[in-house]
Ligand binder design. Structure first.
Ligand code: NAP
Length: 253
């Protein structure tokens, strides 16, 4: 995808908080029109949209569960009709659950993590390919998938199911990138380390960044904006010859 970001329309799944919010704000500041997707937190999504519009940008908030196919199709339709054809997808929505061992995890928990993190990302990418691929009459585009360093560490004793879901994302990034490389679409991933967001609260460790910073080579957690910088660079024309790769944003490994 080449051209000014003013022609570009980005969907950010889970754009209401954390890393997705940072990506939405940064994309808008670089001229993208932005769909801020969320599942529950309408106020937070509306605040992101207001912040973008107050700064002269163009954004909409769209509620939808990425684990539900019809919600995804509706999100792409609303974005196309209100902002224009989708040119960029940031597959950011992701969840984890209470820290623990596999022998204590329910089938429902595991299924939900896979449905949101894996199936959701793959289905969003499918709709993006339909919108962007030159094979379907599109003008190309970019997809960035949010993985995690947990994919390379496995997260034993904490959330092996979440780590496995991110391992699937890494493989998906590689495979889809190769599948659509000649159709104008670049597909890359970002693997954040321990980033200061609300997600750690859903694992039962809201203070995880502080508690774990000693194991990080740079001895600190990362910020959502530091992750967004890598995401936006992968989307940019400066990364025009890069596809099928995943960048660690983790303060070292
Ligand atoms: P977060 O602060 O918990 O925010 C999650 C976002 O996803 C929210 O906007 C939430 O919407 C949305 N969301 C959750 N389930 C959804 C669903 N089913 N459909 C649509 N949206 C949904 O998370 P984060 O820390 O920013 O993480 C973002 C991504 O980075 C995730 O894929 C995560 O796995 C990955 N990551 C994070 C870290 C980290 O340390 N933070 C490390 C590695 C990887 P509502 O506001 O409506 O709830």
């Amino acid at each position: 995808m080449t051209g000014s970001s003013g022609d570009r329309v980005a969907i950010v799944t889970g754009g209401s908080r954390g890393i997705g919010r940072a990506c939405a704000l940064m994309a808008a500041s670089r001229g993208y029109k932005v769909c801020v997707n969320y599942i529950n937190n309408e106020d937070a999504a509306n605040k992101v949209v207001a912040e973008i519009c107050d700064a002269g940008g163009n954004a909409i908030a769209v509620k939808g569960d990425v684990a539900i196919e019809t919600d995804i199709i509706d999100m792409f339709a609303q974005t196309t009709s209100q902002l224009g054809p989708v040119t960029d997808l940031i597959n950011n929505a992701g969840i984890l659950d209470q820290e623990g061992r596999l022998d204590g995890f329910s089938a429902e928990r595991i299924a939900r993590i896979i449905a949101v993190n894996v199936t959701g990302s793959i289905l969003c990418a499918r709709e993006a390919v339909k919108a962007m691929s030159t094979r379907h009459g599109g003008k190309g585009g970019t997809i960035v998938n949010l993985s995690s360093v947990a994919a390379s560490m496995g997260a034993p004793g904490v959330y092996v199911d979440y780590a496995a879901s991110k391992g699937a994302i890494d493989t998906f990034t590689l495979g889809l990138a190769r599948e659509v490389a000649n159709e104008g679409i670049r597909v890359n991933g970002v693997r954040p380390g321990i980033i200061d967001t609300d997600i750690h609260g859903s694992g039962g460790s809201p203070d995880r960044v502080e508690a774990m910073k000693h194991v990080i080579p740079m001895q600190r957690g990362g910020s959502s904006m530091e992750v967004a910088e890598a995401v936006l660079w992968l989307m940019s024309d400066e990364a025009g010859y890069i596809t099928g790769t995943t960048i660690d944003v983790s303060g070292g490994r």
